[in-house]
Design a binder for this molecule. Structure first.
Ligand SMILES: [Zn+2]
Length: 279
């Protein structure tokens, strides 16, 4: 049996109290095949402190990154080793034609697959935070799913119960943002997160959609606690972003840290540097 270490663990125990979810058992059917695991290691994903699991038709990696078998096949190993900087994948959203508006849709209401007004308020705040940076990507909430670039949909109830907060993928090879965020709908109702806390988690998944990986990928212990997990000299599927700091700390509260305590993490100066460098 593998145990999974979800964002929820830190959400519940937050405030610097790090806790490994000993009770979070998942079935063996969730354990990915050895070959997949090897590929993930080669791409620089942490499979030790956060074992990947089978999820939908693909894999959930480092807690909230959704990859399909096709993604794995096309991800390139990067030619530089990120040590401690903010970092991105080899794929980005194409903005060569100028400022690009990325529309987002989430269904608001009381249906089982809908989001509460509080969740939508979190989405709106996340969008506002990106747009305040005057980047070459701008987000806009759409009132219809038709044509939306990113659709936010509820996780399955069992996944929400299991403690998964959200998941997203990386931009496509064609330079489009990943088109779906699977987000828990109970961040407000069950965990009592503030609008800012919800915005932080949604903004984090949006970050994946436009190509960011976890700031502390090189050592998830920075935000998740537990043992140091630096993969050393392995080849990695991540590209460092110039101008970001040599050391990431939990205190810096980057919005792309791997684990969250559910609190508010607006963009810090290094996050802004990274966003502005890419977009
Ligand atoms: Zn993430």
């Amino acid at each position: 049996m593998k145990k999974t270490f979800t964002f929820l663990c830190l959400l519940l125990f937050g405030s610097g109290v790090f806790y490994s979810c000993q009770d979070d058992q998942v079935t063996d059917s969730l354990t990915v095949a050895d070959g997949v695991r090897s590929q993930l290691i080669a791409l620089g994903f942490d499979v030790i402190n956060h074992p990947p699991i089978n999820f939908d038709q693909g894999y959930l990696v480092e807690g909230d990154i959704y990859l399909t078998p096709a993604d794995l096949a096309t991800m390139k190993e990067a030619n530089r080793l990120p040590i401690m900087e903010q970092y991105r994948t080899t794929k980005l959203v194409n903005t060569s034609a100028g400022v690009r508006t990325i529309t987002m849709y989430a269904q608001q209401g009381t249906c089982t697959s809908c989001y509460s007004a509080g969740m939508i308020a979190g989405l709106d705040l996340a969008i506002a935070r990106y747009n305040a940076e005057n980047l070459n990507i701008r987000f806009q909430r759409s009132t219809t799913s038709t044509g939306a670039n990113i659709v936010m949909i509820r996780l399955k109830k069992s996944e929400e119960t299991q403690g998964i907060l959200g998941s997203a993928g990386f931009p496509t090879a064609a330079g489009n943002p990943y088109n779906q965020i699977k987000m828990s709908g109970v961040l407000e109702s069950k965990y009592g997160l503030s609008t800012a806390g919800i915005a932080t988690i949604i903004g984090h998944e949006m970050g994946h959609c436009v190509g960011f990986r976890h700031t502390d990928y090189y050592d998830r212990a920075v935000s998740c606690g537990g043992a140091v997990s630096n993969e050393g000299a392995s080849t990695v599927g991540a590209v460092l972003i110039p101008g970001t700091p040599s050391i990431a700390t939990a205190a810096d509260k980057s919005w792309m840290l791997a684990c969250t305590d559910g609190g508010d993490r607006p963009f810090n100066n290094d996050d802004k540097t990274a966003l502005n460098y890419l977009y």
